[in-house]
Design a protein around this ligand. Structure first.
Ligand code: ADP
Length: 511
């Protein structure tokens, strides 16, 4: 009888993971991806194309003061020391299981219980996260749990990747461990880390390996020395090679282009499910799209638009939405300018709702748009998740005009809710919208240049298609039926891990 292959052991280091701690999108990834990887093997039919190897993924997370100790009961499982120039620093690992995933919460003096997850003190944060990264490695050594894969996320945990590259060859415990550096946000490289890196015995990279300004920074060092790099979309993996999006590290990315894989994030179907969403008036599926009209009518009413007697006008009047941080990166200004131009150009009826918070000047522009076009526009300047659900479930079109976007989830949520996205063709937006101009199987519309004129032109294309109800419904339906689940992402991560292990004799050494 064939025995089962041994589980694939993955140590996943993250600064955030829902439900324990979430500040931004990293928290969603840190919580959802490990659970999806654990579920892969339990859900896959024997002999199917899905993996048969169980993934024993464990997450290490700093034991922040904000993690509720009464709610999440944990047990001390390891006490270790992290070498430091001022003497070894003690660390403790506390174990608990959340959503089927074992967690190690790492405590120690540098992780102060009163400090926020990210403070304004770059030096303090660097000291904290480097300590956390190294303590997590020592904790699994102490537990004799030998990872096949070390998966580090963003700058906060990149020191572990760098440490591994410096020590792996002389360290029997970690000799076989393969490192993966995942990049969610290239804007934060770990500034303020120069002194903390040295004090944890992590020297700057040799001259010539990185730009001088980056030789001591955790994320560049992690990206230089990891066996493999992951970004959160295939297009972004290519975009990074160019100077406007590479954060000054495009030379490194070009050298490492064969070691970069883009894997799209997923959306959490437990939270985003039009068939079972307590936040929306009427639930629906791709087969009952006609009932979606009731959500639109309810939202128009909620927003104070005057309804027509028959409801026919509502049906034929497109409702355009924007749900986003208000920021130049997100192209909020592009959307506002395009809506002004649309109002000037077209006597056709349309309405728009803008939900967002962010840069004050853009919030003011959005409010001004409502003042200038009171019959057509509502600008709601706040963060309101339930309202975002009602808009996704009601609007006809979502504008996603980002100047750059590593992955982005709004366009995926929109498609899942039958709200047709118009997105700028960049990063993950390009990878997740099947463009009307390119394919007869489209799920949305893309435009190339980050300008109001380009958006307006594509918006006009979309409004023309909107008048053809059958064609529009087909686009909605195809979007709703696409797979944006974390299961799909987990499958791609699994396949990458396996291929890295199969090629482990080609371990990387950039130093
Ligand atoms: P980013 O994380 O860069 O802001 P993403 O597209 O990855 O952009 O994620 C944005 C998420 O935040 C989406 O789920 C979107 O619905 C939500 N969101 C943005 N602004 C608001 C808001 N004002 N109210 C409610 N949800 C919002």
């Amino acid at each position: 009888m064939l025995s089962n292959p041994p589980p694939l052991r993955v140590l996943f280091l993250s600064a955030e993971a829902v439900p324990l701690v979430k500040v931004g999108g990293l928290g969603d990834v840190g919580g959802s991806l490990p659970t999806a990887l654990r579920l892969l093997s339990s859900e896959s039919p024997a002999g199917g194309e899905n993996p048969s190897r169980q993934v024993d993924i464990r997450v290490a997370l700093p034991f922040y003061g904000t993690i509720r100790r009464d709610r999440y009961k944990s047990q001390l499982v390891a006490s270790v020391q992290v070498p430091h120039t001022s003497g070894p620093i003690s660390a403790q690992a506390y174990a608990l299981t959340v959503n089927q995933v074992p967690y190690y919460l790492i405590a120690g003096k540098p992780i102060h219980p009163e400090a926020p997850v990210y403070s304004l003190d770059a030096g303090y944060d660097a000291h904290k996260f480097i300590f956390f990264s190294l303590a997590a490695l020592e904790a699994v050594r102490n537990l004799n749990w030998q990872p096949h894969i070390l998966h580090a996320n963003d700058w906060h945990t990149a020191a572990a990747v760098y440490w591994l590259s410096l020590h792996r060859d002389q360290d029997p415990f970690f000799r076989e461990t393969i490192s993966v550096q995942c990049i969610h946000n290239l804007l934060f490289l770990g500034d303020g880390a120069e002194f903390p890196m040295e004090s944890f015995y992590l020297p700057s990279a040799p001259p010539g390996t990185l730009p001088d300004w980056a030789r001591h920074l955790p994320l560049p060092l992690g990206m230089l020395t990891a066996d493999h790099l992951i970004t959160v979309s295939p297009s972004y993996a290519r975009d990074m090679l160019h100077s406007d999006l590479g954060s000054g590290l495009e030379g490194l990315f070009q050298r490492r282009a064969h070691h970069i894989t883009g894997i799209l994030n997923g959306i959490d179907y437990k939270i985003w499910d039009p068939d079972n969403d307590p936040a929306i008036p009427v639930t629906y599926t791709s087969d009952s799209l006609f009932v979606r009209e009731a959500n639109k009518a309810a939202l128009l009413n909620e927003l104070g638009f005057i309804p027509s007697d028959t409801g026919l006008e509502e049906r034929n009047t497109p409702l355009i939405a924007l749900i986003s941080r208000m920021d130049y990166q997100k192209g909020t200004d592009i959307a506002i300018a395009a809506l002004y131009q649309l109002a000037e150009q077209s006597k056709q009826p349309w309405r728009a709702v803008l939900l967002g918070k962010g840069l004050y000047e853009l919030e003011c522009s959005a409010r001004q748009l409502q003042r200038d076009l009171p019959e057509r526009v509502r600008a709601i300047i706040r963060y309101d998740e339930p309202l975002s659900h009602r808009i996704y479930a009601a609007a006809d079109i979502l504008l996603v005009p980002s100047r750059n976007e590593a992955c982005g989830i709004a366009q995926m949520i929109a498609q899942h809710y039958g709200c047709v996205p118009i997105g700028r063709a960049t990063g993950g937006i390009r990878d997740t919208i099947l463009d009307y101009h390119e394919t007869s199987e489209s799920t949305g519309f893309l435009f190339a240049n980050p300008t109001p004129e380009a958006l307006l032109q594509t918006l006009n294309d979309a409004l023309n298609v909107f008048r053809d109800k059958n064609q529009w419904k087909a686009i909605q339906k195809r979007g709703m039926e696409r797979d944006f689940s974390w299961n799909r992402s987990a499958q791609a991560y699994y396949e990458l891990y396996i291929s890295l292990i199969q090629n482990r004799n080609r371990k990387h050494n950039m130093l």
